[in-house]
Design a protein around this ligand. Structure first.
Ligand code: B3K
Ligand code: ZN
Length: 875
């Protein structure tokens, strides 16, 4: 396998002005005819001779090849692994390429494949080359016309990008529809669907008064579950007009739900294809979290129409240009639709838990990577989530108005083009006048910066000295880092918990009580005047940068911040820090008592009448096992599980009455609505239930069973199920009864069944290796479904107790699955193996066995580039 470097980027030798595709779909193969209008790229100096044309192509049978109407014989072109090379005689020419492909046998779910009897495509990043020979790179943008021909009875619905311009019937019960997409696009945005589908339809009137037809397609038995996605789509369209001035451009916008899909969803022009788990919802089958995820993903894919499609990426190193920006857009949308504070807490929490781990591991890369072997491995938390944080920092440094000017300029400059991250930053600079020279280090340097804050108070002068130093650990290939430009949100609290005016030199708008410091040096000191006593700093407010903050907070300080800080992110963070301290203490010395200060502080949160329910629910969640692992020097999985459990039980016991009272207060009948206020109440109620299940009280099982049985929505039923499975006083019969009941109720719903598998495989009680193996044989387990694989295997690798079981059986099981899956679906194989790549951070007993499992994978011949890259970089 070959490494590809950003520094080697070259513009293509040829452009493809138009692409006419005809798909003839049959039950054992498909014929694809591509007619391409080719044109020499004049910017390429070729010194007279026309360069040979090298097209990408994989797993294709070439049926025929014509150049300007003349058939080329097999000695006139070369077929090699992954390419078709042919000589060129004119600067403009037409190619006609006929290929035969086998969608029915395509288990990689890249290119054209079948899911539950329907044809669908996934082309990003490099799947189009499995459909026909092409310049399958994002800087080659073409106007596509697509004719789809198939059996009318089996595939009444035939879809592709753009607007339908023709349709008709053919012999042998076949029919066709022709679609035309007037907007130039790269091949990765191509899409086709053929199936027996139903749709819900709605309309949206754009800001300039155009009517857009909106359709969501699913198999008929799911048609009643599309309403939430439709509502979310209309909200997204409106929001993008209001906040970014972006209007939709085609006459129709379609979403299709498919069950077999490698990721969440795909933004194909005018024809988004979604994992059914990210579209379908009904109160009985989807939790609040699912409702919110659907809203966010529908928005995300819709927003790509501008940030990704109208302006696309020059090459895949620029992936964060569209992904980081679009995640930022969807995050702000979700914040506007729901609780802004909670959205920030959830996003920061995901970043700190999972992206920080990635940044500290063997696959660490900048948001704009410098090289890769397999681009599919770079659809990462770093490119997406850290990429979003980088865009957010620009927003913070420029302010909302200048940021909007920047995006307007960016869209205006690059509409219809393939752009780079540099183009984006330049537009931001040009529009705002803010110098982002040093800020660009965020694009080129990997690793999580650490800011270390120290302070000193001088009682006689009332001066408070605050020093912020930054550093960044080495990452693979980047030993030394240049300092970053970091926006650090700051406030100072006095002894009463009031915010002090910030009076310091070098800070404009003196007297403000909140400030974003723009940190550029390795070390900077600020002197705040007029402090009557030593203030307590509230640092990195609203998680203003994707960095770690080291400041020597005492427990008293943290309790104080939990109570008085006006920044909900920092109130939550104080809670987390206190939780981490208490749990880490027990990880080191398990026989100790649980820190009483933590127990009291949680009591205060439970009792706090002022606190917003949504934030309260977040604050009451102890740091997750994954987040504790990320923060540990050396990960001791079983000790983490035991320590966290002990702390949870102590809180539950100390505050059982208050928790029960709060639980009861929030347990009243109401119609299900996926609205922020209702979601907050249900979340808090179920957090309380989680504590009640951790009490030393066998009677609580009754309550769990009741909530399970009486639940009128999936959120409450699913929460009760999780509690029954992992309750402190487990009742095997109840567990069995509830799991069976859940299965009987939902066995026909593939998305709910995913969760049924995940509950079991991730359970500290149930999820043994043997149990997971048994579940793989279950009738409802579909080994070709990425959702099922992620639920069962992903659930298991999150299961600290059993994945890390002594002896390494969990690691061996995972290695077996990776080796087996690599033949079937390399993208999923490479995803599920990620937990093994963190082997160096584990205590020696685990670490050695994890490494052994990786070595066994490495020894396999003919690994996919996906798994090859991950295994080689991590050993
Ligand atoms: N752009 C797609 C992701 C494609 C992943 C290809 N392996 C979904 C998204 O980010 O919107
Ligand atoms: Zn995206």
């Amino acid at each position: 396998p070959r490494t590809i470097y950003l520094k080697d980027y070259q513009a293509p030798d040829y452009w493809i002005d138009t692409t006419h595709l005809t798909f003839d779909l049959y039950e054992d193969h498909a014929l694809v005819t591509a007619v391409l209008q080719m044109r020499l790229n004049d910017d390429i100096g070729c010194g007279g001779a026309l360069p040979a044309l090298v097209l990408h192509g994989e797993e294709l049978d070439l049926v025929s090849l014509h150049r300007d109407g003349e058939e080329l014989e097999s000695d006139q072109f070369q077929l090699a692994k992954g390419t078709l090379t042919l000589p060129v005689e004119q600067p403009r020419f037409q190619l006609q390429i006929v290929t035969r492909i086998r969608p029915q046998e395509n288990t990689s779910l890249e290119g054209l494949y079948k899911s539950n009897g329907m044809f669908c495509t996934q082309c990003e990043a490099e799947g189009f080359r499995k459909i026909t020979y092409y310049l399958d790179r994002p800087d080659v943008m073409s106007v596509f016309t697509t004719k789809v021909i198939a059996s009318q009875a089996r595939y009444p619905v035939l879809l592709a990008n753009g607007n339908a311009i023709d349709q008709g019937e053919l012999e042998n019960d076949r029919h066709y529809v022709t679609w035309e997409d007037p907007f130039k696009k790269p091949s990765y945005l191509f899409a086709l669907v053929a199936g027996d589908l139903e749709c819900v339809e709605d309309h949206f009137t754009t800001m300039s008064g155009r009517d857009v037809t909106l359709r969501i397609f699913t198999e008929s038995h799911n048609i009643h579950k599309c309403d939430h996605a439709m509502v979310s789509l209309k909200k997204s369209m409106k929001w993008d007009e209001e906040v970014y001035g972006r209007e939709y451009d085609l006459d129709i916008f379609m979403i299709v739900a498919v069950d077999h899909f490698n990721m969440g969803a795909m933004e194909n022009k005018g024809l988004n294809i979604f994992n059914s788990s990210c579209v379908l919802a009904s109160p009985e089958t989807a939790t609040d979290a699912t409702y919110q995820r659907i809203e966010a993903i529908v928005a995300h894919e819709y927003f790509h129409n501008w940030s990704g499609n109208r302006v696309t990426c020059r090459d895949w190193f620029q992936l964060s240009l569209k992904e980081g920006f679009t995640v930022f857009r969807d995050a702000e949308f979700s914040a506007d639709m729901n609780s802004r504070g909670v959205k920030r807490i959830q996003d920061a929490s995901l970043l700190r838990t999972a992206q920080f781990a990635e940044d500290a591991g063997p696959m660490a890369h900048p948001i704009r990577p410098e090289s890769f072997i397999e681009i599919s491995n770079f659809y990462t938390l770093t490119v997406y989530e850290k990429g979003c944080e980088v865009v957010r920092m620009i927003h913070t440094l420029l302010g909302a108005d200048q940021f909007r000017k920047g995006t307007d300029l960016y869209f205006e400059r690059h509409d219809g083009e393939a752009a780079t991250c540099e183009d984006f930053v330049k537009a931001m600079e040009d529009a705002s006048g803010v110098d982002l020279t040093q800020f660009r280090n965020w694009y080129s340097q990997a690793g999580t910066p650490v800011i270390t804050v120290t302070d000193r108070y001088e009682a006689d002068t009332g001066d408070y000295h605050l020093t912020i130093a930054q550093s960044c650990p080495a990452t693979p290939g980047q030993e030394h880092k240049q300092p970053f430009h970091i926006p650090v949100g700051l406030a100072l609290l006095d002894e009463q918990g009031e915010l002090l005016p910030l009076n310091a030199e070098g800070i404009h708008a003196e007297g403000d009580k909140e400030k974003v410091l723009s940190i550029k040096q390795t070390e900077e000191t600020f002197v705040f005047k007029g402090c009557k006593s030593k203030p307590l700093p509230s640092l990195l407010r609203n998680f203003s940068a994707p960095v770690r903050v080291r400041y020597d907070y005492s427990k008293d300080d943290l309790v104080f911040l939990m109570k008085h800080d006006t920044d909900s992110f920092n109130r939550w963070d104080a809670c987390q820090r206190l939780g981490v301290m208490a749990i880490e203490q027990l990880v080191e010395q398990s026989e100790q008592a649980v820190d009483p200060q933590l127990v009291d502080a949680f009591g205060a949160v439970i009792a706090d009448p002022e606190l917003d329910f949504a934030v309260k629910a977040e604050m009451l969640c102890l740091p997750s096992e994954a987040s504790l692992a990320e923060q540990a020097e050396v990960i001791k999985p079983l000790a983490i599980v035991a320590a966290r459990k002990k702390v949870k039980q102590a809180i539950a016991e100390a505050h059982s009455e208050a928790l029960l009272a709060l639980y009861n207060e929030l347990s009243y009948e109401r119609d299900y609505r996926p609205e922020a206020t209702d979601i907050a109440e249900r979340t808090l109620k179920n957090v309380c239930l989680g504590y009640l299940a951790a009490e030393d009280d066998a009677e609580c099982l009754q309550r769990l069973a009741e909530q399970y049985n009486d639940a009128s929505n999936m959120t409450d039923r699913r929460a009760a199920l999780g509690c029954v499975v992992d309750a402190r006083h487990r009742d095997e019969r109840l567990v069995e009864r509830v799991l069976t009941d859940f299965y009987d109720r939902y066995k026909d719903d593939a998305n709910v069944m995913d969760d049924w598998f995940a509950v079991q495989s991730s359970s500290a009680e149930l999820g043994t290796v043997e149990k997971v193996k048994a579940l793989m044989q279950h009738d409802s387990f579909d080994p070709t479904s990425p959702n099922k694989l992620r639920a069962l295997i992903g659930g298991f690798t999150r299961n600290m107790t059993h994945f890390h079981t002594a002896g390494g059986a969990g690691y061996e099981f995972l290695a077996d699955r990776v080796i087996e899956l690599d033949k079937q679906n390399p993208q999923v194989a490479s995803r599920v193996m990620m937990p093994l790549t963190r082997w160096k951070k584990f205590e020696p007993a685990a670490s050695g066995l994890m490494k052994k499992a990786l070595q066994r994978i490495k020894a396999v011949h003919d690994l996919s580039t996906d798994v090859y890259e991950v295994v080689n970089k991590s050993l």
